[in-house]
Design a protein around this ligand. Structure first.
Ligand SMILES: [Zn+2]
Length: 313
């Protein structure tokens, strides 16, 4: 049996799991993400050592990290991981471990997890998006992960849809992420509440407009509040605008949506599909991609990283 370790390294947590060939998680370990390159690589080694302290034997380690990573496993830029600028993470880990190490972007490995074991299993051309603090994504093209010329492809949140729109976390204005992420949903909710148009969301946040986040919207939608669903429907149009543009470019047969907001299920996907349907080129005269929810939840990254390690070691 070829068992591998999959790791998911984000700004808050370092998570690792032993994953069997069928995608089953055998054992998991978590740590808080420390600051700095040396401390982070020590933490990764510590998690790997703990996971390897018992059976089964592991043949490779796959790592998904919230960063721009090149084909040599060098981290170029990681806005949520201070101290990781132009560092040779794979070489460092290879030196310390007697195992092959494969490293890629966290959204890419999560997409690969869904492509191998989840909602895009068996689909050759798929687009996977994560709606969270930002928008992450992965592109499956011809059955393989599309990585671009440097390994930096599928930063799908960062193209301009509103030249004078809100500032994006990356510093540009009006990127899709700035109007369609969970963070953007929170901002839309504060604007609506300030205008008196979101009473249930305002109440959920204790009456303080500034305290409203995307979570208050989610809660109010799940409670069946019409003002919250109305806001979500407007937000869904923003999501659909980006998806339709990407679908025009990539022609996926399936779009898989993951991230915290997917807890809303059909309450989100239904208005997204509706807004998407008229926006894709030649809408009435072509098959449209299915738009479905991801199935692996927040383990997609670990499971996908483990699968990537098995395939590419
Ligand atoms: Zn951006």
């Amino acid at each position: 049996m070829s068992t591998t370790i999959g790791m998911d390294i984000g700004g808050t947590n370092v998570r690792g799991a032993i994953v069997a060939e069928d995608g089953t998680v055998v054992r998991e370990e978590h740590r808080h993400t420390p600051r700095g390159f040396a401390a982070l690589s020590d933490t990764i080694l510590d998690v790997v050592a703990d996971l390897r302290s018992g059976p089964p034997e592991v043949i490779a380690v796959g790592i998904g990290i919230a960063a721009l990573v090149d084909f040599d496993g060098r981290v170029h830029f990681a806005p949520n991981l201070p101290g990781l600028v132009n560092v040779p993470l794979r070489d460092q880990l290879n030196e310390a471990l007697d195992l092959p190490v494969v490293i890629d972007n966290d959204a890419n490995v999560a997409a690969w997890g869904e492509a191998v074991y989840g909602a895009a299993a068996g689909v050759r051309d798929a687009l996977l998006i994560t709606l969270g603090t930002g928008i992450g994504g992965g592109i499956i093209a011809g059955g393989a992960l599309y990585r671009g010329g440097h390994g930096f492809a599928a930063e799908i949140g960062h193209f301009t849809v509103e030249p004078d729109g809100p500032l994006c976390a990356c510093g540009e204005r009006g990127h899709w992420e700035a109007i369609a992420s969970g963070t953007a949903l929170g901002r839309m909710a504060r604007e609506a509440a300030a205008a008196g148009a979101a009473p249930s969301i305002l109440a959920a946040a204790g009456g303080h407009v500034d305290a409203i986040t995307g979570y208050h919207v989610t809660g109010a939608v799940l409670a069946g509040e019409p003002d919250a669903q109305q806001l979500l429907d407007r937000y869904a149009v923003n999501v659909a605008i980006g998806l339709a543009g990407l679908a025009n470019i990539l022609d996926p047969t399936r779009i898989v949506v993951s991230g915290g907001l997917i807890d809303l299920g059909e309450r989100l996907l239904d208005p997204v599909r509706h807004a998407f349907a008229g926006r894709i080129e030649g809408a009435a005269l072509r098959p449209a991609p299915d738009i479905v929810a991801a199935t692996l939840g927040d383990r997609a990254g670990m499971i996908g990283a483990a699968a990537l390690a098995r395939a590419e070691r």
